[in-house]
Design a protein around this ligand. Structure first.
Ligand SMILES: Cc1cc2nc3c(=O)[nH]c(=O)nc-3n(C[C@H](O)[C@H](O)[C@H](O)COP(=O)(O)O)c2cc1C
Length: 314
């Protein structure tokens, strides 16, 4: 099987594989650059990073690769526009955004000649995005890691979007193994976005505890909690995520940075994810794909790509 050609504006990666942006320092310069060096699109997550920190990560990544680098931002975050402005100034190649929908961002992209790629979970929103000037859309299902926008699994929604749109359509959610990548391409998709698989990589910045949890997770270890951002999110079963399953349970917030436009303040998702990043098994929240149980090893990014490329050759 041949890989499809993914064209986002003028950008054409060697392989149609995007590494999903993952906030709270999960996808930073090192991971994004490693993916871009292998011929995919590497993505730095800007949400909750200080502006100087974000600019510095982009600079670092550009020193490590000549490949394609994107910024991921959550529309739900208060620093959404600030982040985008900073990333454009730092020379980012494209902007990917999710967790809500912005109409204004397309004009900003056009003004600076930077492709805008929204993450959507419905045909309706995909069509609106195309009409407003999206360079491509990422269609994400409920099986994805992180915040969710639908009850349907990726495999059930990607095809109808692909059939209805002229712009490239990228599938996300539950793309873990080389066979999953092929399955998306067999459905006619122009590319895939993979998040969880890249967490269990040498280059990902999270603690070893986080990565080991991915490798050890069983099929029923993923639960869907209600994030303080008001969206459901898939996370690994831990004492904290189980506690948060009951929406009456609260965790006192020590210091609020007003990082979200709308927050129910039941707990601080930012804080819980920082603890997860650092490997705090008791108090941390660890976002993960519903299909994380398919991950059997922590690999260098080069090896993750090699396995996919080898599989596609068969
Ligand atoms: C730990 C983690 C953090 C994530 N953070 C973000 C984020 O900040 N912004 C976003 O748009 N998506 C985020 N996602 C979603 C990924 O970018 C990607 O779309 C998703 O992981 C794809 O599903 P998969 O994990 O099954 O591959 C996150 C996913 C994970 C696993």
């Amino acid at each position: 099987m041949k890989f499809p050609t993914l064209k986002i504006g003028d950008l054409v990666p060697k392989y149609p594989i995007i590494q999903g942006g993952m906030a709270i320092k999960v996808s930073m310069a090192k991971l994004a650059a490693a993916v871009a060096n292998e011929g995919g699109i590497g993505v730095i997550a800007g949400t909750a990073l200080k502006i100087d920190e974000l600019k510095n990560e982009i600079k670092k990544a550009k020193e490590l690769t000549k490949g394609i680098l994107g910024l991921n931002v959550m529309f739900a975050a208060t620093d959404f526009y600030e982040n985008i402005k900073a990333a454009i100034e730092a020379g980012i190649d494209l902007i990917i955004y999710g967790a809500g929908f912005s109409r204004d961002i397309f004009a900003i992209g056009k003004e600076h000649n930077v492709p805008i790629v929204p993450i959507v979970s419905s045909l309706k929103l995909a069509k609106i995005a195309e009409k407003l000037g999206a360079a491509a859309v990422i269609v994400e299902g409920v099986n994805a890691g992180g915040h969710l926008g639908t009850d349907e699994v990726s495999w059930d929604i990607v095809s109808e979007v692909k059939k209805a749109l002229k712009i490239p359509v990228i599938g996300a959610g539950g793309v873990i193994t080389p066979a999953d990548v092929k399955r998306m391409f067999d459905l006619g998709l122009d590319g895939v976005q993979m998040g969880s698989r890249f967490v269990a990589s040498d280059e990902c910045g999270v603690s070893d505890v986080f990565k080991e949890m991915y490798v050890n997770a069983k099929e029923d270890d993923i639960i869907t909690i209600e994030s303080s951002a008001g969206l459901p999110a898939n996370a690994i079963r831990t004492p904290m995520s189980e506690y948060l399953l009951d929406t009456n349970n609260k965790v006192p917030i020590k210091k609020c940075t007003n990082c979200l436009k709308t927050c129910n303040r039941r707990f601080c998702v930012n804080d819980a994810l920082i603890k997860g990043h650092d490997g705090d098994l008791e108090n941390g929240v660890f976002f993960a794909s519903r299909d994380v149980y398919k991950i059997k090893n922590i690999l260098p990014v080069k090896e993750i790509f090699r396995e996919i490329i080898e599989y596609e050759k068969d």
